[in-house]
Ligand binder design. Sequence first.
Ligand code: MN
Length: 342
Amino acid sequence: MSSISALRALLIPGQSVVITTHFNPDSDAIGSSLAWQKYLIKKGLHVDVVIPSALSRNLTWMPGADAVLDFENILHKSTIEAKIHVADWIFCLDFSGMQRLHGLANWVKSARCKKVVIDHHLDPEDFADYYYHRTIAASTCELIFDLISEWGDEALIDEEMGECMYSGIMTDTGSFRHPNTTAHVHEVVAELIKKGVNTNAVHRKVFDSASLHRLRFLGHVLANRLEYLPDYHLALMWITEEDQKQFNSQAGDTEGMVNYGLQLEGAVWSICMIQRPDGVKLSFRSIEPFAVNTFASTYFEGGGHKNASGGRFSAGGIEQAKEKLKEVLPLYLSEIKRVKNL
Ligand SMILES: [Mn+2]
């Protein structure tokens, strides 16, 4: 593993770069990738962004999103293979575990070029040559801003790069309300506003772009698929395959639903279970100082941030996942009571 400051001199005009990010790319994943792409293009490199699965509808407005290559798009596959084959560098943004690339992982693993991780998730795997990894950062977009600044190129950040970065910072901090919202986050945002970013417009594009289906879907989940377990201060939601069919659910439609659980008075944490073709996907949210990432990694093949994590359950469907959850909950009773009484 080498120092990230040494990397700057090795990025040479004319080189080919592939930037990739995690499956189900969120606003931070795609925002950081597009901002980093624009920066490297300004430095004279040839840069493509490759994503393991499609962008959700509310992120397609981002400048540069139309040229992103999607591994799940059959028309893009051979281009992606060729780009990875000739790449001098692969940048892995907003993830640091290979399994988060799903089907794309093998191609990235077997690529012989140098790899660079820029990320803020806990416990990075050791697969890259360079790491710019800070868990103190609220988002990868914040890290992109910091790295460009550290390299003395803040003047190269333009409005479009700023929009991409603002979008990721905004969503990964839960619109500046999560505990990861540091003074530095606001300092970075202040700089982005000076670059011309219209924060109100970005917020509307990301959050106020729901289809009627999505709003009705949310209503259905809150009305019929939400249970509160007062002893455990837990809001539990679940979404079946039939629910997704009934409301014509698209990529990204379930994004953020888990957060509604924390709006309940008294809730310390919230879990949303979603039936997927390959198992149950779980999202976890919690209030400080309850750590859901250890819960997710211990019982549900997952992990992530202290207050925002993900997980999986592959030994059955929603009902079995709920059973498993209710089995292990008593082990957390004293911890949850302690957090509640702080
Ligand atoms: Mn992130």
